[in-house]
Write a protein that binds this ligand. Structure first.
Ligand code: GLN
Length: 321
């Protein structure tokens, strides 16, 4: 009798996970096609285009790593998963009065839909939506307090007190983020933002500037893979229902106008950032982080997506059966 090697069960039944992850990192390291490093935030242009990292945190507390898995990078829009989690914790379903949950089919920094839709952003993962979510977390607090709360949340989730925000990246975006300033001012005109635009943007630029490694990010995402609970501590972060719903939004909106292609090729909920990271969730199996700074035309990590496609194909991991 033969047992399918990778198709079922938890990672205990996947003896070759470490090997597969290391092999993928080696293959990615050698590839010539690497995409384009983001340069519209000048500080991000300094990233090494040859870097590649991957970390897979399984249900048993094991983390399989390959390549530059311990090198911190700018997580950028991946932070939007965690600010969405905090905002839902603070105001619950009232959040959906301020932001929608439909895929946008347009670029992450697009402004066109905002006018037609009365300043209500399509979803919490495009820039406009994430700025509105940040504004919700900020209300009733000072920007510094909220940044402290976000940082503590990330350190708690990853169980790693060394996680920090890169002030140089935040300052770089603060100097050049004219488009985000336009989005925020536009929403302010529709009363979608409650706080002074500069305060909301200051918090937004700083949480995008969280610096984390693939290992730290995979650990931070564990609650989404395990019904809202961190499997290492048993502590509940969100309800199982909320974890499912955050995953659903990652699946439909996590890669902007590349979300359909990501679902088709990788088959898991995922969230990308222009720093070249992607967090992907294999429900009941693993939280996965990959990083390669070169981006495709939609602003998603080129090799990161390819690496996730290889991983999920080799392991038979997909939410589509
Ligand atoms: N901080 C970036 C911006 O607002 C985040 C974009 C991204 O990672 N897609 O432009």
């Amino acid at each position: 009798m033969t047992t399918p090697p990778f198709a079922t069960g938890t990672d205990k039944t996947v003896p070759d996970l470490d090997l597969i992850v290391r092999e993928i990192a080696e293959e990615m390291r050698a590839r010539p096609d690497r995409g384009e490093v983001a340069s519209y935030i000048p500080e991000l242009a300094r990233a090494d285009p040859t870097a590649f990292g991957i970390a897979v945190a399984d249900a048993d507390g094991h983390v399989a790593v390959g390549g530059d898995a311990d090198v911190p990078f700018s997580i950028q829009s991946i932070s939007k998963v965690f600010t969405l989690t905090l905002a839902l914790g603070k105001v619950g379903d009232r959040l959906w009065k301020r932001v929608g949950r439909e895929p946008s089919g347009s670029a992450f920094n697009s402004i066109v839909q905002l006018e037609a839709e009365n300043g209500i952003p399509r979803n919490p993962f495009i820039n406009a939506g994430a700025i509105a979510v940040t504004d919700v977390i900020l209300s009733g607090h000072q920007p510094k307090e909220v940044l402290g709360e976000i940082l503590r949340f990330m350190r708690f989730l990853a169980d790693d007190p060394s996680i920090s925000m890169d002030d140089a990246v935040a300052a770089s975006e603060q100097r050049t983020g004219f488009r985000n300033r336009s989005l925020a001012n536009y929403m302010k005109a529709f009363d979608v933002l409650e706080n002074p635009v500069d305060y909301t943007l200051g918090v937004y630029f700083h949480h995008c500037a969280l610096a984390m490694s693939c290992r730290q990010l995979a650990l931070a995402g564990r609650f989404l893979a395990h019904g809202g609970r961190n499997p290492a501590t048993g502590l509940s972060v969100v309800s199982p229902e909320r974890a499912r719903r955050i995953n659903a939004i990652m699946m439909t909106c996590g890669h902007y106008d590349g979300s359909g292609e990501f679902a088709y090729r990788v088959g898991l909920p995922g969230k990308s950032g222009v720093g070249g990271g992607i967090l992907a969730i294999a429900p009941r199996k693993a939280s996965i982080a990959v990083w390669s700074p070169g981006l495709d035309a939609s602003g998603n990590s080129h090799l990161g997506r390819i690496a996730l496609e290889m991983l999920t194909q080799r392991l038979g991991w997909s939410v589509f059966g």
